[in-house]
Design a protein around this ligand. Sequence first.
Ligand SMILES: NC(=O)c1ccc[n+]([C@@H]2O[C@H](COP(=O)([O-])OP(=O)(O)OC[C@H]3O[C@@H](n4cnc5c(N)ncnc54)[C@H](OP(=O)(O)O)[C@@H]3O)[C@@H](O)[C@H]2O)c1
Length: 332
Amino acid sequence: MQQIRVGVAGATGYAGQELVRLLGRHPNANLTVAMASTDADKTLPQFAGIWDGEISAFSINELVEQTDTVFLALPEATAAEVGPVLLSHGVRVFDLSGAFRLRNESARARWYPETPAGVTAVYGLTEHNRGALRDAQYVACPGCYPTAALLALQPLVQAGLVMQDIIIDAKSGISGAGKSPSAQTHFSERHGNVTAYGVFAHRHTAEIEQELAKSVTFVPHLVPMDRGILETIYIHLGKHDLNGHDINTSTIEKIFEGAYSDAPFIRVRASVLPDVKAVAYTNFCDIGWKLEEDGTRMILVSCLDNLLKGAAGQAVQSFNVASHFNERDGLL
Ligand SMILES: NC(=O)c1ccc[n+]([C@@H]2O[C@H](COP(=O)([O-])OP(=O)(O)OC[C@H]3O[C@@H](n4cnc5c(N)ncnc54)[C@H](OP(=O)(O)O)[C@@H]3O)[C@@H](O)[C@H]2O)c1
């Protein structure tokens, strides 16, 4: 069986730990190195029985020497610096940061000012980009909020059904903010509390708008869960589909069936609205929807685990596609 030497940079972070768990058991991956920022030779008890190596201090030379593929679970600015160097040495990169997700230069300069020009990345929304992912050398894995929004919206937008005024009301568990505590994320602030943040000022808005080619109103909230995202999405539909037919329940069912019949990690459930517990610790994205009787308004609910389908799981899924493995390998 083909074994690819893989490394994880940022292995002590929330997303990086999930990568070690997945790649440590992946049938086609040999996890040769897992790195933190400065700590050398540290073992993490949660990896016992999954991966027997030691966490080492970050070293770009070791990544180049000991891996064919690197998963970057690093802060944006660090990924922006490290990613292109790895690429220039022929190492394939799956970058979980946002550094290379935006294609428009002015949007990129606004939201990711450290990102250099010159790297063309494939946007790794696996279900919608399998063709481009095959043999891709640099994959910009989507953000957790955009993954939930795009998986629900993309089929309907591509079918020409969605008018303007898309509203995405998103709730996320606190692990979405990473492992470093802050005044906004520590327990006594978050326990029993819900807060909207980043209104008209969240970089994931630019990412969702880029992929949909439509403007959206996106309002994220922090809720007192450790992991998981739930997005309630409000859309207006045109009177007819692209073929001039009225829009009804069966129109929507056919669109989702066409988009996801071969997608092992998407579970579309008309009328049964999903919840976070059904997707926690999995790579599934669950999508539920309700259509108003006259067919003009629709509510979608999209749910995923921000650390798996929203980060490490989707990265491994894209790695499987890029490497011509079964998309489920290491995940199901
Ligand atoms: N959390 C999520 O839900 C989520 C979802 C999608 C995408 N992402 C993206 O994934 C990336 C990682 O997120 P996270 O939440 O896992 O972050 P995190 O918990 O803060 O972990 C960051 C990791 O990067 C390491 N690190 C920090 N600075 C470094 C440096 N200068 N050089 C080398 N290593 C360094 C840290 O090592 P130490 O332990 O030594 O500090 C740690 O292992 C981010 O770009 C984030 O935007 C996160």
